[in-house]
Unconditional design. Structure first.
Length: 441
């Protein structure tokens, strides 16, 4: 197996940029980061670990710009947006799902994202019938990621009902698998698919929400995931209405329900987790669960602000997702975690660690959310540059106007707070270059 050596000006290792270092890759992994002068020279480039997008609905890329106007409702909200999104979802066949996903994944690759957690819930044909292969659409999404060249965790969604005491919603017939047995049978078929044996794709369990999956069903599939060591992702407390419906049904908030039923764990990622109490935050911390914030989507949908300051204080790990794809720019998500809190609290550097006043301390925390925390959330050993880790990384142009003139010690803060997406030049996944000079292919 031939090794490839890359020689950028700077490499981000152990939380800081080092010069005079080469990154040596072999068999899709990083072999060493060392002093070497032979290899592929990446002039005026800084090299960083690939970004990990922990929460995506790839097909929603096609409604970008199509929901930014008043609908027929007096007031627009998450729920009126959802009707528009369903209308689009219900018109997509397998080929369209592939094309929409490929478009989203291509944009992700160009922005330095090397792995994605795809929260996939369209399973059936538009009339609600199951395809001959019940994972046809999931496999089309995996094929799109494969053709672009990024890694994918296919988080296969369980969806059983419209909600507590709600009539079935005909717009959801493509998502529904009525029983946990059907869901698990289909999941096991997916786990056996050849494309999941390559290291580039794997599966996880994704109960959609407490609204869409009743408790017994939820317990059955989370138990299965825990026995197999699979990641578990779930939308939690995105909207106040979801919290009040859960209290009405179970007498407990979503996080309290998950906690008291023993469903939280280190493998559990609570997506959004916005409308939570201090007690809920403490429960997530105790369980070692991850929270995935999606701030570009959350501000677009009017969801609210993720209380990341409280999560950090409690020691909860926070990952990031591009979710609705209104923007695909994980560094924008990273800076918005902080910016939303600045607006809410009329203060600055809210998320900066207390005992570290170095100029990139806050940026380091936010960059960890976009890399290593995302990798932990979707269940792989990525998001960092060290021997044995996957050879997944991207470079930025140090001469780009958005970061030109940055001193080495301020460079990460320049990248996290100011980098233009177009400054991303090279992207490598599993040692294979998929973006060169800002172009894919
Ligand atoms: Zn989502």
């Amino acid at each position: 197996m031939s090794t490839t050596t890359w020689l950028p000006d700077l490499i981000y290792v152990n939380g800081r940029f080092e010069s005079d270092r080469a990154i040596v890759c072999d068999d899709g992994k990083i072999q060493e980061i060392t002093k070497r002068d032979d290899g592929i020279r990446l002039k005026n480039r800084a090299l960083l670990p690939g970004l990990v997008n922990a929460h995506s609905h790839a097909f929603q890329r096609i409604i970008r710009g199509r929901t930014e106007h008043r609908s027929q409702h007096t007031t627009d909200s998450f729920w009126t947006w959802r009707e528009q999104m369903y209308a689009a979802a219900n018109r997509l066949g397998p080929e369209e799902i592939y094309n929409a996903s490929r478009l989203a994944f291509l944009e992700m690759a160009l922005t330095g994202i090397t792995a994605v957690g795809e929260f996939h819930y369209i399973h059936h044909a538009p009339d609600g019938s199951t395809y001959d292969d019940p994972n046809l659409l999931a496999r089309e999404v995996i094929r799109a990621a494969h053709d672009v060249g990024i890694r994918i965790a296919l988080l296969r969604v369980a969806y059983a009902r419209a909600g507590f005491e709600k009539e079935p919603n005909p717009q959801q017939i493509r998502f529904i698998e009525q029983s946990p047995d059907t869901y698990l049978k289909h999941l096991e078929q997916l786990l056996d698919a050849p494309e999941l044996k390559t290291g580039m794709a794997w599966a996880g369990v994704a109960p959609h929400s407490v609204r869409a999956v009743p408790l017994d069903y939820l317990k059955t599939i989370v138990t299965f995931a825990n026995e197999r060591g699979l990641p578990v992702h779930m939308h939690v407390a995105e909207q106040p209405a979801e919290v009040s419906a859960c209290i009405e049904e179970y007498g407990r908030s979503p996080v309290a329900l998950l906690d008291t039923e023993g469903l939280l764990s280190k493998r559990f990622t609570a997506v959004h987790a916005i409308h939570v109490t201090p007690k809920a935050i403490a429960s997530l911390a105790r369980a070692g669960a991850v929270v995935c914030g999606c701030p570009t989507t959350e501000r677009n949908l009017g969801d609210g602000v993720v209380p990341v300051d409280a999560y950090f204080d409690a020691g909860v790990r926070v990952a990031l997702g591009s979710d609705s794809q209104i923007q695909i720019d994980l560094l924008e998500d990273a800076r918005e975690l902080e910016y939303h809190l600045r607006l809410q609290k009329t203060a600055r550097n809210v998320l900066a660690p207390v005992n570290d006043d170095s100029s990139s301390a806050l940026a380091r925390r936010l960059f960890d959310c976009a890399t290593v925390r995302g990798a932990e959330s979707i269940g792989f050993n990525g998001g960092k540059l060290e021997p044995g880790a996957p050879a997944d990384f991207f470079t930025v142009d140090l001469d780009d106007p958005s970061i030109a003139g940055a001193a080495t010690e301020d460079l990460l803060a320049n990248i996290v707070f100011s980098l233009a997406r177009t400054a991303i030049r090279d992207v490598v996944v599993a040692g294979k270059q998929i973006v060169s000079h800002g172009l894919h292919g």
